[in-house]
Ligand binder design. Structure first.
Ligand code: DC
Length: 225
């Protein structure tokens, strides 16, 4: 069976960029578990549900079909729910501001965890998130905890927003990320924590290539890509 690589860390640490490149290099699949929580959040807001009303959201989760496409030409796997491609829609400020509320619900996490374990079962996959190495897949062969300073993570998000033409100040993003980090790390169920056996990588002063090389230096069955 192929190996499983877990990549956890706070918002804006570079997990998805790194995971995508790593998946391509190794010929592995990549599952962005944050996209799953984001998609549920988007659907809940679209339906006018209150993110604090856990039962409504749990019902919503039970009535959806979640699929992921193979990577497109930009190496991005699309998230499809009930036939609707939500890939771009889940990257909005509104979703950013509500996703932590939904992600702290125990039942929702159980549903998502089950889906994640099922997808990971056949191996040769990278999953990124907050609780992959600590809870979803504690037996993953490789576990990395990727982080960066709050200032650097905010700067990276700001660049992303700027590229999309969204006007927002750096100070505002820094405040939002700090709030989301706090919510994600202090929630009762599966909080963001570094698994004891995870390798810590602080990417604050590293280029994407340096991070990739560092991770690959730990992984034994490199692909030929
Ligand atoms: O990685 P991201 O910013 O797209 O994640 C969005 C939110 O989802 C984040 O605030 C925390 C939550 N999340 C989680 O609780 N567990 C995961 N495995 C992945 C994401």
């Amino acid at each position: 069976m192929g190996k499983v690589i877990a990549i956890d860390g706070p918002a804006g640490a570079g997990k998805s960029t790194i995971s995508r490149l790593l998946a391509k290099k190794l010929g592995y699949r990549y599952l962005d578990t944050g996209a799953m929580y984001r998609a549920i959040t988007y659907l809940a807001l679209e339906k006018g549900l209150n993110p604090e009303e856990g039962n409504d959201i749990v019902q919503l989760c039970k009535n959806i079909e979640m699929d992921f496409t193979p990577p497109d030409e930009n190496n991005i796997s699309h998230i499809i729910i009930n036939g609707q491609d939500l890939t771009d829609k889940i990257r909005s400020k509104e979703v950013d501001n509500n996703v932590s509320t939904i992600a702290k619900n125990k039942e929702i996490r159980e549903i998502m965890t089950r889906i994640q374990r099922k997808i990971a079962k056949s191996g040769k996959i990278i999953l990124d998130g907050r609780d992959i190495g600590s809870r979803v897949l504690p037996d993953a062969e490789y576990k990395f905890f990727i982080t960066a300073s709050l200032e650097e993570r905010a700067r990276r998000r700001w660049e992303e927003y700027k590229a999309k033409g969204i006007a927002i100040s750096l100070a505002e993003i820094e405040k939002e990320i700090a709030e989301r980090d706090l919510e994600d790390s202090t929630r009762e169920v599966s909080p963001l924590v570094q698994a004891e056996d995870a390798i810590l990588i602080d990417t604050s002063k590293m280029s994407i290539q340096e991070v990739l090389d560092k991770i690959l230096s730990y992984i034994k069955d490199e692909g030929d890509g």
